[in-house]
Write a protein that binds this ligand. Sequence first.
Ligand code: HEM
Length: 506
Amino acid sequence: MVWLLILLVFVLWFVFVRYRNRHKRKLANLCRNNRMSLPIIGVAHHFIGTEEDRMKALMKIGREAIKQGGFAGGWLLNMLMVVIADPFDAEEVMRVSLRKMDGLDITEDLLGNGHMFAKVPIWRPRRKVIAPMLSQKNLEMFLEVFTRNSENMIDKLTKLCGQPISLSKYITAYSMDAICETSLGIKMDIQNNQYHPFLLAFQTFEKMVVDRLMQSWLYPDFVYKLMPCYRIYKKQTDILQEFVKQVILAKRIKFRDIENENLAECDQLQNQQNSRKSFLEQLIDIGYNDIDLQEEMLVLILAGTDTSAAGASFTAVMLSQHQHVQDKLYEELMEVLGNSDRPLEPSDIPRLKYLEAVIKETLRLYPPVPAVVRMVEKEYILPSGFKLVPDVGAVIHIWAMHRNPTFWGNDAEDFRPERFLDNNLKHPAAYMPFSFGVRNCVGARYAMTSMMTVIANLVRKFKLLPPKNVYSHGSQKRKKTKPLRTKFDIIMRHVDGYEVQIEERR
Ligand code: HEM
């Protein structure tokens, strides 16, 4: 009798779920790429395996979307995900659906209401405050920070000429030093301290978030808190938050001291400070409380460090494999900066057109964030005619969009920076390494300036070559290079650790 009752409840539940999901099932049937799916688990099995396998699965589904005119989809367990590789549809999703995917709130322990993954009502006012801080005017002031820190990196690399080196470690340290100095206003000197507790905690935290993201049964907090790994995870969040808390405290004490000084001295100090204020100081001025400050600082560091490092490192690898592009870039650098060691100045940035094109072309082929997911909250029809329904995850497949031949031509897979010189985008959303619309990357301009500085300084000082064991670089002939092997953890990275070889230019 009890069994019969359980069976009845189960059948009723099953019928209810099927009825509730009827619109989603209709949409799933339209996706047409069902051959990638298995019953119950959907496409989840494609994402099992190594980080490289995961990236391969993402690429496969992206190509599938391109083949089907820009739209594909599949069930990820009980969640329907539609995959979009068409800029017209992507633009509409980015306009209408501002909510981030639910699973991403697993970073909430660290970031709290930090605006990156925050719910829309919290995100909107915070974004309004942060955006002007990353404006062009402020970035010009930060150029000195980028230059000084990239020069530190160059000094380290000079000792490694003539041997294969993995750039990732050096550029990530540069990137973290720069972002911490501009955000928190402190010099971390990670470049000289690879075992800095903040760096180690940051890297362990990222790895643990990815492990959890890939095991959906660990999403509920009460389950994760029962796992032995939770203690390690909690320790990392504590280290990161405590570090930032101490910096905020020190800054507040300093501000209080300034207030207590006599007015003349105060004015003098204030003038000095105004000449370059960190994001933290600007937010204190606005009146943010300590918790909000901590959340926003951690968001900027988390969002800005690895992404910019990956962008610059991919660019260096692409330059090492395309000597004719590197030669042309070197010529531009000589033309704009002369044969000197002088640091980059704000007025140089808009003149370095080819450098910008090289970085943009790298981010097209190797976008550090290869896809973003938005939650659909209300029903709407896309320009392609597909009707999205609530609770569907819309995956904007940046990687596939950037290789869609309808918008990039038949040479979409080739590395050709020149395509960015004529600025002939067929649709503004066809290129979106920093995402698109009002919730795009707030740090896009900051990231471009940081990457331009570090690549300009690298190429002025060194000739970048592929490591000897991968390609013979004796010949200057252009040859078709293989696509880079990539993997996907929290972002997309190079499987071979961005390995290059450097030779000092005379
Ligand atoms: C090459 C470097 C970078 C790339 C490729 C990149 C890419 C992205 C992407 C794709 C998003 C997701 C937007 C969405 O969900 O639609 C994003 C968001 C964000 N990025 Fe970046 N980013 C980079 C560097 C930076 C830097 C340097 C900072 C900080 C200084 C930063 C801060 C943020 C923040 C705060 C958000 C959340 C924006 C919001 O929700 O309003 N990013 N980024």
